[in-house]
Design a protein around this ligand. Structure first.
Ligand code: O7M
Length: 226
């Protein structure tokens, strides 16, 4: 990782909005799309295939935020696995009988696992931050392709990078609507920033995405990672 220090992934969450035009507009401008649970539940898992047919580039992620026994996580994932490159699960469920089985299933289908290490909202301090050392133990044992770390709390992202080393991809939400500035998480060690409303709620999502890219570039130059 680290080879793409300006990664930008767009979060598509609204269940009642058609994203076909937006995906076509952003194709080639951003590095991928993350499909949220409201969207996949509202439109059905097949909508992932419909959207992907509009843009064959970049990484496509199903953000299922799974937290169950392995058997059930595999059943849920099987509904969407053919249409995406990666699936997101929570880290606190642990490896044995849970994330280990999910990872094996995803790898057998040529797909990636991304595990939530910490979260971007204020309440993450109540539980997630306290559990972080244990969650990182599980992640180290598991060896997923990627982890989620908060752009809103860059020191947490930096500590996750330091603990897990350079080989894991860090994807970082919280930019824009939740307050983090574009590029801050990249400077803290993330590979990709996840941006939702700042881009998708803009009247001109393509210009908004290009502006985020430019802001990332400037921020990276100032922190010496550019
Ligand atoms: O930019 P926003 O705030 O409109 O959207 C943020 C997206 O990132 C949205 O899809 C959330 O589900 C997701 N997200 C967080 O906001 N915080 C987290 O801690 C984790 C995620 C996430 O993507 O988890 C995998």
């Amino acid at each position: 990782m680290g080879s793409n220090p300006m990664g930008l992934i767009v979060a598509l969450d609204s269940p009642d909005r058609g994203f076909e035009g937006l995906v076509e507009d952003l194709c080639g401008v951003v590095d991928g799309f993350k499909l949220g649970l409201p969207l996949l539940m509202g439109r059905g898992p097949g909508y992932a295939a419909e959207l992907r047919s509009r843009c064959r580039e970049g990484i496509w992620i199903a953000d299922l935020k799974l937290a169950d026994i392995g058997h059930v996580m595999k059943l849920t994932t099987s509904l969407v696995v053919d249409h995406v490159d990666a699936v997101i699960a929570h880290g606190f469920v642990g490896v044995k009988g849970a994330l280990g089985e999910l990872k094996e299933f995803l790898e057998s289908r040529g797909r990636k696992l991304i595990v939530v290490a910490s979260m971007s909202h204020p309440g993450a301090e109540e539980v997630y931050d306290k559990a972080l050392p244990l969650i990182l133990d599980a992640i180290e044992e598991l060896g997923p392709w990627g982890v989620v770390a908060p752009a809103t709390r860059p020191h947490v992202t930096t500590s996750i990078r330091e603990r897990l080393g350079p080989r894991v991809a860090i994807v970082s939400p919280g930019v824009g609507a939740q307050g983090a500035e574009p590029g801050a998480a990249l400077c803290a060690g993330a590979d990709y920033e996840i941006v939702g409303r700042l881009i998708v709620s803009s009247p001109d999502p393509r210009s908004a995405a290009l502006a985020v890219r430019e802001a990332q570039r400037r921020r990276l130059a100032s922190c010496g990672r550019g």
